[in-house]
Design a protein around this ligand. Structure first.
Ligand code: MLT
Length: 406
């Protein structure tokens, strides 16, 4: 008898964004003429930067000629991309990361979801609440939790991110082994200061723990005092893995490219407390289960680091940040107290009502798709996340509609 993985019965039937898509589909079937404005899932809307498109086209042309054709690429990414990443994303900010510590992948969602395979099933895991659901769901699927009781899985330690702590959770009182952090944060848009991140790095050292640091939204940081990478902090290389993505940085949500950083010093422990280096484990996992990102896509990602690529991606992000400011100011005008939207594409605000009800209210009355905060965890109850990923024209229209119905 083929038996199903019993852990799947613990998990919510569908992924948050699939759930929202279903609701929107139903609404559109009933209201086919509605002019919907989508500010829900963080999917980019603007075209790829021209330097990336040009690099992708040139690489595609190479693939059409025997002399320059390439088959399987190097397991962990082409050297040209890994070297550009180490140089521009890390060394340029004083973080001593080498190309050999970079693992190119098809995005941060897969990497943050897959990384838990390297850990024992009896570890204690801390996740922020609200949280990007991938961190939780993948651990539920792997059997590291009990049942969901009142919106929280037994066995996980939830780190409350609330307005009282500016959505940067405090260190746990109990000892945990694995900590998921995401800054700039999805969904709250909060950023963590150097001191706050240093406290987590110190906690990980003191408790033999590991931090999985999701920096998918790093390109939105405009406050230069905010660390861009956890490796800007002393001691982080031993205790943290970092995930990056070109999805939001350069509009690659449909193109697929990201990377994880596993420093050679990064360690876990065996059951006797002996150190095991994590990098060879991730290298082995990737070689076994992944065959690399398409050559033209890696060339497109490399183009992000040229002077033209840097200017184009900055302009792209500046555009989304301008949208975020427009949304933020409209909410403030209506008496809300939003967070995020300044170093992040997400604006997070307390509606004072049930999140899903408010989501339906905005869909039905303003034809605007948002994301209900409750979908990210218990602490998201009452909140709505609005994304700035759309054209300025649509954002201006959305704001007009919001002002009428709020
Ligand atoms: C989101 O809206 O939270 C993100 O788009 C999800 C993702 O990047 O997978």
């Amino acid at each position: 008898m083929i038996k199903a993985n019993p852990n799947f019965s613990k998990i919510q039937a569908s992924y948050l964004f699939s759930d929202i898509a279903q609701r929107v589909k139903k609404y559109m079937e009933a209201n086919p003429d509605a002019k919907l404005i989508r500010l829900g899932i963080g999917d980019v809307t603007k075209a790829l930067p021209k330097p990336c498109v040009d690099a992708m086209a040139a690489a595609t042309a190479e693939m059409g000629v025997d002399a320059t054709f390439r088959g399987y690429g190097p397991d962990h990414g082409y050297a040209f991309l890994r070297e550009a990443i180490a140089e521009h994303d890390f060394k340029a900010r004083g973080a001593d990361i080498d190309a050999s510590e970079i693992f190119v992948s098809d995005g941060a969602k897969c990497d943050t979801g897959n990384f838990q395979e390297l850990f024992s099933n009896d570890i204690k895991i801390a996740v922020p609440d609200p949280v990007y659901p991938v961190y939780v769901d993948t651990n539920v699927m792997a059997g590291r939790t009990g049942a969901s009781v009142d919106g929280r899985y037994e066995g996980l330690v939830y780190l409350n991110s609330t307005k009282e702590n500016n959505f940067v959770p405090a260190l746990p009182e109990e000892k945990v082994d694995l900590i998921y952090l995401c800054f700039p944060n999805n969904p709250t848009g909060a950023v963590a200061t150097r001191e706050q991140l240093q406290a987590w790095v110190d906690y990980a050292h003191a408790n033999n723990a590991l931090i999985l640091f999701d920096a998918a939204y790093v390109a939105f940081i405009r406050d230069e005092s905010i660390p861009h990478s956890i490796y800007e902090l002393p001691g982080a290389k031993e205790v943290a893995v970092e995930f990056r993505s070109y999805s939001k940085t350069a509009g690659f949500t449909g193109t697929r490219c990201g990377y994880s950083v596993v420093p050679k010093e990064c360690r876990v422990f065996d059951e006797n407390g002996n150190k095991i280096m994590l990098q060879p484990m991730w290298a082995r996992r990737m070689s076994t289960k992944f065959n690399g990102v398409a050559y033209p896509v890696q060339r497109a990602a490399e183009a992000v680091y040229t002077p033209e690529g840097k200017a184009a991606t900055k302009a792209l992000i500046d555009g989304y940040l301008e949208n975020a400011k427009i949304i933020r100011e409209a909410l403030i005008e209506k008496g809300y107290k939003p967070t995020g939207g300044d170093n992040s594409p997400y604006i997070w605000f307390n509606t004072g009502k049930d999140s899903w009800e408010f989501f339906d209210y905005l869909l039905n009355n303003a034809q605007i798709v948002t994301t209900p905060g409750a979908g990210f965890g218990k602490c998201g109850n009452g909140y709505i996340r609005i994304s700035a990923f759309n054209s300025k024209e649509n954002v201006l229209e959305a704001v007009e509609r919001l002002k009428k119905v709020l």
